[in-house]
Design a binder for this molecule. Structure first.
Ligand code: WTA
Length: 678
């Protein structure tokens, strides 16, 4: 256990200026304890731009919750319209930089004030309505990191259509599964996007996916490559094949938008589903996490004020893609609702070299920078000379998200990027939580490299044993949230039983200390002697690869989908760069092994083929790093694959001698007399 960790005390200067000072913080902690519902109701009255105010703060019918039940609002007004009467109207909302065709600087640049962003959202909202998209419909987005992606999300919100953003790195097949599950009526994409000097072929993937999706009536295409001459971007000098537009189904974004429209925002119930975001779980099928409107709007706004300390003059950069929850909450909804200037970059951090991000920070005078440990480790590996070439003195706050940050990476981030002047907010949260749940508060909380420290005011977190009782300090347990909170997921799209089972059945209560069911996060954690929480990582069959959540079962199904594979088991093993690497054990069909051409060369070729196959089915980020062929897989008597044993084998903790055959592994399993619950 990690005790006597280095503690970095908050700087007095920061504390004096922080949005959340000590007094305000302790008031919030107390009010949440005194009267939980009243606490949230007061915050919601104050920080939400209501169209119709609410009278019922909360309805808790475990495990289903509703917040600010009878209120009405529109989150696009929360993010845009309410800023238009004051000084924020002409303030920059979005600074976008795109990778130019030649990859070199200067970058393509676009700036949108709040006023302009509002106009663009209205124009596209009106366009969507004219296409026949209505309140309650689902719209899928498969887009590069361009301003139109933000516009499309807000336009959907404005008309009451529920968006489901699919990360552009997902394959056509994954996209198809998500469109079908959500029954999306419209898909918004682009004819390309630039990343590492290459053009992402998003439209081709959409065509392939939509061919299998009868629910889709329209595909809207942003002309990112400038091929029509009428869009918003210069013509790409990197060659590409002309976009095939299917008559009747496909339309260019610039033709759909209705310039000059002031499309009024729908008045939506507080619980109206704002978005569905698919995330990996313990089964092969990703879950459509559903978020409501008001609770989500409230918490993303408050966390931007409290954790990211966003102030009027900040230039804020969260490097997440909008395809992930971090992009939803902390590129779009949270920061725009605080009237922040948001910087958005289209390309990759390492192209054409590892200095790109630092040059962006210098050029745009970024003051708040939020990224993932995997990126920090990649930068660290390249050396200090890259950031040293740029002036990073405008930075005042750094953030980390997505996986536990190892103390070494934390120290590097703190001293090299933050020049020992910037607090680091290590924010723990999940797709399901909607916003940050635990984090040090800048200027208030002593920082401990590697610990997300404490829950934020109003959030009730604990570390418990399997019976739901809190574990003693220093002991490992499971991380739970003991009270419903405004920005929590409401259900799994189309599958409320799965919602109840996945999140609320492990600690169903009432039992022992538990009066109510607890939300189970899937993470393991411990509390140190100060009561600060250290998240260790997932304790379920989900792995966190370079900050991306992947279900081991998803990779297994993709492998088994290959005609040579009989069975597979996937585990995560520690990786210096990605945090966790994907290690796949594969058993092959007999005819493959018995074929006359089965030799080492064929084996290697097949391993490569399998890796590509997984990339094709899920997306490149899920490709296994290691493939190991075995004759069979170790299983418990009930037929459950013994992943812990496989992890030991994969990390070399179990010596299997020279052979890696199945029999060896099963023998080992028998020797260990493992129980059915692994
Ligand atoms: C992990 C990303 C430790 C955790 C916002 C969680 C973290 C999963 C941290 C959710 C952190 C996220 N420290 N672990 N600061 N942040 N995680 O849904 O395992 O993509 O359950 O949401 O990432 O990943 P998701």
């Amino acid at each position: 256990m990690i005790f006597n960790q280095r503690v970095v005390q908050p700087s007095a200067k920061f504390a004096q200026q922080a949005n959340l000072n000590k007094e305000h913080h302790s008031k919030l902690l107390h009010s949440a304890l005194d009267n939980y519902e009243k606490h949230w109701a007061e915050l919601a009255q104050k920080h939400i731009h209501w169209k119709k105010t609410f009278t019922i703060p909360m309805k808790w019918n475990p495990p289903f919750v509703e917040w600010f039940v009878d209120g009405e609002l529109n989150i696009s007004e929360q993010c845009l319209d309410r800023h238009l009467n004051g000084s924020v109207a002409n303030k920059t909302a979005l600074i976008w930089e795109g990778e130019p065709c030649n990859g070199l600087e200067p970058l393509e640049r676009k700036i949108l004030s709040y006023h302009e962003l509002h106009a663009e959202v209205c124009a596209f909202a009106e366009g969507l309505v004219r296409l026949g998209v209505r309140r309650g419909d689902r719209v899928a987005l498969y887009m590069p990191m361009i301003p139109e992606a933000v516009v499309a999300m807000l336009a959907c919100a404005r008309i009451g259509a529920t968006h489901t953003v699919v990360f552009g790195g997902f394959s056509a097949e994954s996209l198809c599964d998500r469109i079908l599950d959500a029954q999306a009526k419209c898909v918004i994409t682009a004819n390309g996007g630039f990343r590492r000097g290459k053009i992402l072929s998003l439209k081709q993937a959409v065509d392939k996916a939509v061919a299998e999706c009868p629910c889709v009536e329209n595909v809207v295409v942003v002309d990112r490559l400038g091929e029509t001459g009428s869009g918003n971007y210069p013509k790409s000098t990197t060659s590409f094949s002309p976009t095939q537009m299917l008559t009747g189904r496909d339309r260019w974004y610039h033709d759909v938008r209705v310039a000059g429209s002031s499309h009024a925002a729908e008045s939506l119930p507080a619980e109206h589903p704002l978005f569905i975001l698919y995330t990996s779980g313990t089964t092969g099928k990703p879950k459509g996490v559903v978020h409501g409107t008001a609770g989500y709007a409230l918490w993303t706004n408050l966390t931007c004020q409290w954790v990211f300390d966003i102030k009027p003059d900040d230039v804020y950069w969260c490097t997440a893609d909008i395809g992930w929850v971090t992009g939803h909450s902390y590129v779009v909804y949270g920061p725009l609702s605080t009237g922040a200037t948001v910087y958005m970059y289209e390309g990759a951090p390492d192209f054409p070299d590892f200095g790109r991000f630092w040059r962006c920070i210098e050029r745009e005078k970024i003051s708040i920078f939020y990224t993932a440990p995997t990126a920090i480790r990649a930068f660290m590996r390249q050396g200090e000379h890259w950031p040293a070439k740029s002036n990073l003195s405008t930075l005042r706050l750094l953030g980390s998200v997505g996986e536990p940050i190892n103390p070494e990476a934390w120290e590097w981030y703190h001293s090299v990027i933050g020049q020992s002047q910037c607090p680091i907010v290590d924010t723990w949260w999940q797709t399901e939580t909607g916003g940050v749940m635990m984090s040090p508060l800048p200027g208030l909380t002593p920082l401990k490299p590697g610990s997300a420290t404490r829950p934020l005011p109003g959030i009730a977190v604990d570390v418990v044993d399997d019976a739901g009782s809190p574990v003693a300090k220093g002991n490992r347990g499971k991380l739970v949230i003991t009270k419903p909170w405004p920005s929590q997921l409401r259900t799994v799209h189309g599958d409320p039983e799965r919602y109840a089972k996945t999140y609320w059945s492990t600690f169903a209560g009432p039992a022992g200390m538990q009066k109510e069911p607890y939300y189970f996060t899937g993470d393991g954690a411990f509390k140190d002697h100060d009561g600060d929480i250290w998240v260790i990582g997932r304790v379920d069959d989900v792995i966190n690869v370079a900050g991306h959540r992947i279900g081991t079962m998803e990779v297994e199904s993709a492998l088994v989908d290959h005609h040579c594979v009989a069975e597979s088991a996937v585990v995560g093993i520690p990786d210096a760069l990605k945090g966790t690497a994907v290690y796949a054990f594969v058993t092959l069909k007999n005819e493959v092994k018995q074929a006359p051409d089965w030799n080492d060369e064929r084996k290697h070729a097949l391993a490569r083929e399998l890796i590509t196959h997984v990339g094709g089915i899920i997306g490149s980020f899920a490709k296994p790093d290691h493939i190991r062929f075995t004759d069979s897989l170790p299983k418990t008597r009930s037929g459950k694959i013994m992943r812990r044993l496989l992890r030991d084998v994969a990390t070399g903790h179990e010596s299997l001698g020279d052979t890696t055959t199945l029999e060896d592994v099963s023998v080992l399993a028998t020797l260990r007399q493992s129980s059915d619950d692994e």
